[in-house]
Design a protein around this ligand. Structure first.
Ligand SMILES: Nc1ncnc2c1ncn2[C@@H]1O[C@H](COP(=O)(O)OP(=O)(O)O)[C@@H](O)[C@H]1O
Ligand SMILES: [Mg+2]
Length: 461
């Protein structure tokens, strides 16, 4: 690669993002990394400490990630610059930067919908814009695919004016990511956009106080829960608000059937029901790994309430594998299917393939069993621990089977009473942990390959 060209492109991007040109050490780290040098080698040559060089590197990759809307790391740097160069957009960077030196967001992949950066992530207050409070929402560096899913959700929040939408999906499938992308695309229709994660299981009082702070001074927030709800509903009527509550599964109890609220949290379903049933002009998006029981009652006319289950990322996953510079593209389909098109699982697995098999997917897939990296296993273990004994027994049974089972076969094979097993089956369905296949009028149940492998290994001790 032409180093001068790389420096020119990088300088344009950094200037667009920070208003400053590349400094000497940033240039050295960049050119050294492109030439295959390690941080210790660069540190020695330049007479700096290793940690200082590392920090400069990390900071630079972060600025470049923000400027490009793609995660830039030491290992994918070269590939990214090749793409930038082959897109022949470097000329336009300098034009944009020269014309607008204070520009904070630059889209080098302009025109390529899937790759555009999260341009609203600066959230600077603007009197003509909706008030946006995304709290601790994660920053999104790259976004691929999901066109149909976004279109459906946009319709629900747009023309259909849904008051309550649940967005469901297994861990790592991309719920938070799509929600943040959706916010960017629909925020102009709202007066307020508020995102909160319930990952630390706040009480309803805490959540309402937190939400109300967007509309009034803390001293004006009433102490009583009932009055807090009424006050929030007044705001939902007078303004069009989009409120996203993420990680709602953290309100549910471990060791109980899906959707059972923890003690002290039983007023949440009453609140959600009020949101669905009361007249107002706002929308709530609830994001969870487990279905809400109350939705089965609410999700029918006349209530504007909908459920969306997020599945495989589909072809978008290839972009993630490309970011990791994996090879053997013919085998990518097998890898993607085995890991359910789950971007998090595939990202973690791609890292393992890169580190242990030099990026060769064929080599990684040559083993008889599916290999699960430690991060995936620990995530699955956490979820397995939340199941009831009957649910665990069903999972263990299904993991041992070569072929899918009918409900009748499951009841015969597991040592629990039928009522308990039927409830456990319904609960596993609500947790999206079962795959079903209808043949004629008979439903067959099985586990997806990742769960099957994990439970099998776990049972073997
Ligand atoms: N559409 C997408 N394009 C690129 N990366 C994605 C996409 N969806 C998810 N990811 C990546 O997958 C990982 C898990 O996504 P996340 O939204 O946190 O999942 P969830 O909220 O369902 O647990 C994140 O690292 C995210 O960057
Ligand atoms: Mg999430």
């Amino acid at each position: 690669m032409d180093i001068e060209e790389v420096l020119r492109i990088a300088d344009g991007l950094v200037f667009a993002k920070t208003g400053k040109h590349l400094e000497h050490l940033q240039k050295t780290v960049l050119t050294g990394t492109i030439s295959g040098k390690t941080y210790p080698e660069i540190a020695q040559e330049e007479g700096f400490s290793e940690s200082h060089v590392k920090n400069v590197g990390h900071e630079l990759w972060q600025i470049l990630s923000l400027a490009l809307g793609k995660k830039v790391t030491k290992s994918n740097l070269k590939a990214i610059f090749k793409t930038v160069r082959s897109n022949n957009l470097n000329a336009s960077i300098s034009v944009v930067c020269n014309n607008n030196p204070t520009l904070k967001n630059i889209n080098i992949f302009a025109g390529q919908e899937e790759r555009s950066p999260a341009t609203t992530q600066n959230y600077e207050p603007n009197p003509n814009q909706p008030q946006i409070d995304l709290g601790d929402a994660p920053e999104i560096f790259s976004f691929y695919g999901r066109k149909d899913e976004i279109a459906t959700l946009k319709g629900w929040f747009g023309e259909e004016r849904c008051r309550l939408v649940e967005l469901l999906g297994m861990s790592g499938i991309g719920k938070t990511t799509i929600a943040i992308r959706l916010i960017e695309q629909i925020q102009s229709h709202f007066d307020y956009v508020i995102y909160r994660s319930l990952c630390f299981s706040p009480t309803l009082e805490t959540t309402l106080t937190n939400l109300l702070q967007n509309f009034c001074q803390p001293a004006e927030i009433p102490p009583l829960l009932e009055t807090q709800i009424s006050q929030l509903l007044n705001h939902l009527r007078s303004d069009r608000c989009l409120i996203i509550l993420d990680d709602v599964q953290m309100l549910f109890r471990s060791g109980e059937l899906a959707g059972e609220y923890r003690p002290g949290f039983e007023n949440y379903p009453l609140f959600f029901t009020r949101i669905a049933e009361t007249h107002h002009q706002s929308s709530f998006l609830l994001i969870s790994r487990e279905k809400f029981r109350e939705f089965s009652q609410l999700e029918k006319p006349p209530y504007p309430v909908r459920s969306f289950v997020l599945g495989s990322l589909g072809a978008g996953i290839k972009e993630i594998l490309m970011e990791h510079e994996l090879s053997d593209e013919d085998n990518w389909g097998t890898l993607i299917n085995a890991y359910q098109g789950n971007p998090l699982w595939l990202d973690l697995t791609a890292t393992m393939i890169k580190e242990l098999c030099e990026g060769k997917v064929g080599e990684f897939l040559q083993y008889e069993t599916l290999i699960l990296c430690e991060s995936v296993r620990s995530q699955l273990e956490q979820q397995f621990q939340r199941l009831t004994p009957a649910e665990q027994a069903i999972m263990i049974q299904l993991a041992q089977e070569d072929a899918p089972l009918t409900l009748h076969q499951i009841i015969k094979k597991c040592q629990f009473n039928p009522a308990e097993l039927l409830n456990a089956m319904q609960s596993l369905g609500r947790r999206l942990m079962l795959e079903t296949n209808d043949v004629g009028n008979i439903t067959y149940f099985q586990l997806n390959p990742v769960w099957k492998q994990y439970v099998k290994e776990r049972s073997q001790g």
